[in-house]
Design a protein around this ligand. Structure first.
Ligand SMILES: [Zn+2]
Length: 225
C-alpha cells in the first residue's frame, strides 16, 4: 500500500503504508480486510456504507462521508459512509464476528443447519447470532419461499434458505432480484393475487418490519398499516 487515510478519530494515526492487502473476508455485513503485517481493518456497511474500488487515482465523495482511503500503485479502495471502522491484530478478529452465526453466503453454509426452536420465524432469521447476513428483505423472502407466516414457530425452512441463498449469490453478482413480498404492501401476490401484508417482528426497540402474503403464508392476523 502506498497510502492509507483512516478518518475515524480513534485510528486516524494508524498508517498502513508498506503493508500488502491479503484480501477481504465478509461475515454477514462485517468486512475484514487483512494485511500481511497481521492487521485487520474491520468495517461494517450497516444500511448505506459501501466500498468503492477502482484505479489508483479514484475519486469519490462527498469528502465528509469518506471513512477510509487505501491506495496502491495501481488501485484504490475508498470506504464511504461505513458505520464502523476499527483496526486490530488479525488474531483478535473474533471479538467482532465471534458472536455471529454461519454466514449465509459462505461456500460451506449448510441450509439444513439446526435452528433455535420456538421462536417466530423472521425474528429468528434476523438474529445474526443464528445466521449472519440476512436482513429484513431476504428474511421476508425466505418466509414466503417456505410458505410460512413470518410469525410461525418451529418452521422447516432449509429448502427455502437454500433457494434464497442462490438468489442472494446472484444479486452479489449483479442480478436484480425480483421480490415476492418485500416492500410490496398492498400489491397483489405474484402467486395468488392477494394483497401483500406488512407487520412488525421482534420486540421494540429492536423490532423490524416484515412482509407476507396472507394466503400463500396463511396469516391474516398480524398486519399493521
Ligand atoms: Zn399469495
Amino acid at each position: 500500500m502506498l497510502a492509507s487515510d483512516i478518518r475515524v478519530p480513534r485510528f486516524a494515526t494508524v498508517d498502513l503504508r508498506g503493508q500488502r492487502v491479503l484480501g477481504t473476508h465478509a461475515v454477514g455485513k462485517h468486512l475484514l480486510t487483512r494485511t500481511d503485517a497481521g492487521l485487520t481493518l474491520h468495517s461494517h456497511r450497516r444500511m448505506e456504507g459501501r466500498w468503492v474500488t477502482g484505479p489508483a487515482d479514484l475519486r469519490t465523495g462527498p469528502a465528509h462521508q469518506i471513512r477510509v482511503i487505501l491506495r496502491t500503485a495501481d488501485s484504490a479502495a475508498i470506504g464511504v459512509r461505513l458505520a464502523m471502522v476499527e483496526i486490530a491484530p488479525t488474531t483478535e478478529e473474533r471479538r467482532w464476528v465471534g458472536h455471529l452465526g454461519p454466514d449465509i453466503l459462505a461456500d460451506d453454509f449448510d441450509p439444513g443447519l439446526p435452528l433455535p426452536e420456538n421462536r417466530p420465524l423472521v425474528e429468528m432469521l434476523l438474529d445474526q447470532r443464528v445466521i449472519a447476513g440476512l436482513g429484513t428483505m431476504w428474511a421476508a423472502e425466505v418466509a414466503f419461499a417456505a410458505g410460512c407466516s413470518p410469525y410461525v414457530r418451529d418452521a422447516q425452512v432449509g429448502a427455502a434458505l437454500a433457494r434464497i441463498r442462490e438468489q442472494m449469490l446472484d444479486s452479489v453478482q449483479g442480478a436484480r432480484p425480483r421480490m415476492n413480498v418485500f416492500e410490496r404492501t398492498g400489491q397483489p401476490c405474484r402467486v395468488c393475487g392477494a394483497q401483500i401484508r406488512r407487520g412488525r417482528v421482534g420486540r421494540p426497540p429492536q423490532d423490524r418490519v416484515t412482509y407476507w402474503c396472507p394466503v400463500c403464508q396463511g396469516d391474516d392476523s398480524h398486519a399493521v398499516r
